[in-house]
Design a protein around this ligand. Structure first.
Ligand code: HEM
Length: 415
């Protein structure tokens, strides 16, 4: 993960404006992706001509003087400034002989401006871009305006190299002080889901979709030929059933793989004993708290890195429903093939309870799976939007975002 300096917002400059006048701009803080210090980024952002009347320049100058009195505001020749314009939402400023690192002075060109404009122009890794956007969302959510800062080296012959994004400063009029313990740079990316689980998840999505479509047509052949002489089209149901059975067997293989993994893996999130989350009285209490939170009775729920007990119980019930679906599918399939002992055995339950009942269970389970999918997608989008933990993308890249000081009950430490 990209190194991120802990949040040490530049002290907001308290406005000394006359009563009734619009509040002065303040600098709320600085965010760095880790290559330059926060002070240096503030210094680079503040680099303007000495007599600039721009309120943003002035706020940055004041913040630099307060937060880093040791750093002299770099003097800039007005001829070295190419200001932003409506068509180009960033300025370019040549800063000469600036100490980027302790004992290393160099000439750099600073690109300063709208976050999206700078991210589009300057080089930035995907991880840094995500980190910057997440922290910018944090700042914007509190009324600050992020101003991105990118730098490019200047070679001896005054040639400008490629720009690299370094971070941003956030400016605004909204608040004298940021909220305590709410620095933006304290997110950590924690790996939770193994590649095998993610692969199984998406195979399940595809498989359940195909089985639902073909199963629904078997249940209610609402389109296609309804008989007649043309055997070409008349075999459509045969194909639908063939797809249903083939994908059904593939799904059973996927299910068996999951079962084997549950008993052999060292990954604690995948092990079979996770399937029953209520092992102690505290677990039951936490379940009550989570239910209260979902029912809008409680304001907070205990934080879990993987599944909370309610989620885990739902997924365990889902596994059972999938098992029922596979078994009822197999016993129905057995009816057609009672020429060997295996399928004779598989068909026994259908003989006991009757074909209509098994078909009913198989169909009702399909509708239950659909209900699960709808609620599952809704809750995933909701949780991701509220908690901003990247839960949806975690099923692709395997990790979630958590605040560094977060203390999930199922993980000792974050960040
Ligand atoms: C998400 C998984 C599945 C869904 C949603 C699903 C859905 C359905 C539906 C709605 C029917 C029609 C029931 C009826 O009215 O007769 C059906 C039939 C059937 N399904 Fe599934 N099914 C699934 C998995 C399986 C599996 C794993 C198998 C096993 C290979 C299987 C085998 C069968 C068989 C043999 C029939 C009866 C076909 C016929 O009589 O023509 N299904 N399925």
């Amino acid at each position: 993960m990209s190194a991120t300096a802990p949040a040490a917002p530049a002290a907001p400059v308290t406005p000394g404006a006359a009563p009734g006048a619009p509040p002065e701009l303040q600098v709320g803080g600085t965010f760095t992706v880790g290559r330059l210090s926060e002070g240096v980024i503030l210094g680079l952002a503040a680099a303007t001509s000495r007599d600039s009347a721009d309120p943003v320049d002035q706020a940055l100058g004041r913040a630099l003087a307060e937060a880093r009195p040791d750093l002299v505001k770099p003097p800039v020749d007005p001829a070295d400034i190419d200001p932003a314009s409506p068509g180009r939402r960033y300025s370019l400023t040549m800063v000469r002989h600036f100490a980027l690192h302790d004992d290393e002075r160099a000439d750099v060109v600073v690109m300063r401006g709208s976050l999206e404009a700078v991210l589009a122009k300057a080089a930035v890794s995907r991880r840094d871009k995500t980190l910057i956007r997440r922290n910018a969302v944090w700042a914007e959510g509190r009324g600050w305006r992020p101003l991105a800062v990118a730098t490019a080296p200047v070679t001896g012959a005054d040639e400008v190299g490629p720009f690299t994004v370094q971070g941003f400063v956030y400016v605004g009029q909204n608040r004298a002080k940021p909220l305590p313990n709410e620095g933006p740079a304290d997110w950590a990316w924690v790996e939770v889901w193994s590649a095998s689980l993610r692969a199984q998840h998406w195979i399940n999505v595809a498989v359940v979709f195909i089985l639902s479509c073909t199963g629904y047509i078997i249940m209610d052949p609402f389109f296609g030929p309804s008989g007649g002489a043309s055997s070409d089209v008349g075999f459509m149901m045969g194909w639908v059933r063939l797809i249903h059975f083939s994908v059904g067997f593939l799904w059973i293989v996927v299910g068996l793989t999951r079962l084997v993994v549950a008993f052999t893996t060292r990954d604690r999130h995948l092990r079979w004993n996770e399937w029953w989350p209520l092992k102690t009285k505290t677990d039951v209490k936490r379940l009550g708290e989570v239910v209260g939170y979902y029912a809008l009775i409680k304001r907070h729920a205990p934080l879990f890195l993987a599944h909370n007990p309610l989620q885990q119980l739902t997924y365990t019930a889902l596994y059972l429903a999938c098992g029922v679906q596979m078994l009822t599918g197999l016993t129905l399939f057995g009816l057609y093939h009672q020429t060997n002992w295996f399928w004779e055995m598989m068909a026994i339950p259908t003989h006991w309870v009757g074909i209509p009942f098994v078909r009913l269970v198989h169909t009702m389970t399909m509708f239950a799976l659909w209900a699960f999918v709808i609620v599952h997608v809704y809750l995933a989008v909701r949780a991701d939007s509220i908690e901003r933990h990247g839960g949806i993308s975690s099923m692709i890249n395997g990790g979630v975002w958590l605040r560094r000081d977060a203390k999930p009950v199922d993980a000792p430490e974050v960040g």
